[in-house]
Design a protein around this ligand. Structure first.
Ligand code: SF4
Length: 337
């Protein structure tokens, strides 16, 4: 029985949304996320595809209704479609409402139709600029035309696409209206993500390009009529509709406190660590209980329940405790609402 009682934290918040990273690897090296020479985790540290299946399935039995797959870049994980297809069974039997992913778009040309067949209906694609040179600069290894082909494939396959754009002063400020118009023309929603000024990224480029979303919003309001939407996702995103285009524009301000009371989510890293709060470093290990009992999910469920029982009431964003090696900013760039 205990195994099936829904997950509710001590502040009466039901946990219905799970974000799971399936790899720390990526085929891009975005300057705000990774150093150019990255050392990735040894394979044995990562949850296997079977372990990821057991983990996600346990959360779904415990009441998770939305599952978002992230990375690194989730589509560079070998055989990842096996995992998406396996999760499709939870969509088929109605226990899972939504299976989505956040991706850099580089592999969508190859995987879009397979994702649709697995039951994915929406994808978030991270894209900060529509300029070839700037795109190559910010992603280092990425090429814009590859992502554009991925977007074409995604839309041709029937996937709804939302673009996630990190707002960077002096980088894509001049593209605000171009991005909005491009998304409107393609029928895509657009969400801006605010980043905090971070320190040096491993002696690499310094990101001191803080562009406040208040300012983004004010500039949009100069040209469009913004209608606030009541819609809440249980996360940090706020949405408006542009009356002129009908398009939904989101704003993600990871530092805001004002969604804590409705927070419905936890996230799990590719090594099986569960983080129960966006802004705190508190975490617990789910890999050990997964591996300790390969045929019995009871220890895993107990560990999940313990972690959720400790979910903090709110976050304080104590940056002094966070590392300046890109972990935090990557998390933000993939917060995704
Ligand atoms: S921000 Fe995303 S696309 Fe860029 S390097 Fe990080 S994981 Fe890859």
């Amino acid at each position: 029985m205990m195994q099936h009682t829904p997950l509710v934290d001590p502040f009466a918040r039901a946990i219905t949304y799970l974000r799971v990273s399936v790899t720390d690897r990526c085929d891009f090296r975005c300057v705000y996320c990774m150093a150019e020479n990255m050392t990735f985790l040894p394979k044995r540290d990562l949850l296997t595809l079977e372990e990821l299946d057991r983990l996600c399935s346990a959360f779904i039995r415990l009441g998770v209704r939305k599952l978002r797959i992230t990375g690194g870049e989730p589509l560079v994980r070998r055989d990842i479609m096996t995992f998406f297809n396996a999760m499709g069974r939870h969509l088929d039997n109605g226990t899972l409402e939504e299976l989505t992913l956040t991706t850099n778009g580089s592999q969508l040309e190859k995987f879009a139709s397979g994702l649709y067949a697995a039951g994915v209906r929406r994808v978030n694609v991270s894209l900060d600029t529509l300029d070839n040179d700037k795109f190559a600069r910010v992603t280092r290894w990425g090429r814009l035309d590859q992502v554009m082909r991925g977007l074409d494939a995604a839309q041709a396959a029937g996937l709804r696409v939302k673009i996630n754009t990190v707002a960077l002063k002096g980088f894509n400020e001049d593209e605000l209206f171009a991005l909005v118009a491009w998304c409107a023309a393609r029928g895509m929603d657009l969400t801006f993500i605010e980043v905090m000024p971070m320190g040096d990224l491993g002696n690499e480029q310094r990101i001191d390009q803080y562009w406040s979303l208040k300012d983004v919003r004010a500039r949009l309001a100069e040209r469009y009529c913004l209608l606030d939407l009541a819609e809440r996702t249980g996360g940090p995103a706020r949405y408006v509709r542009l009356t002129e285009t009908g398009q939904k524009i989101g704003f993600i301000t990871p530092l805001s406190h004002n969604f804590c009371e409705s927070c419905n989510r936890v996230r799990v890293t590719c090594t099986g660590e569960i983080y129960t709060c966006l802004g705190q470093e508190d975490r617990a290990d789910l890999r050990a209980p997964l591996r300790a009992a390969p045929d019995d999910d009871a220890p895993l469920v107990a560990a999940i329940r313990d972690a959720v029982a400790d979910k903090p009431k709110g976050h304080d964003f104590d940056y002094s405790r966070q590392r300046a090696d890109g972990q935090v900013s990557r998390h933000m760039s993939h917060t995704g609402g």
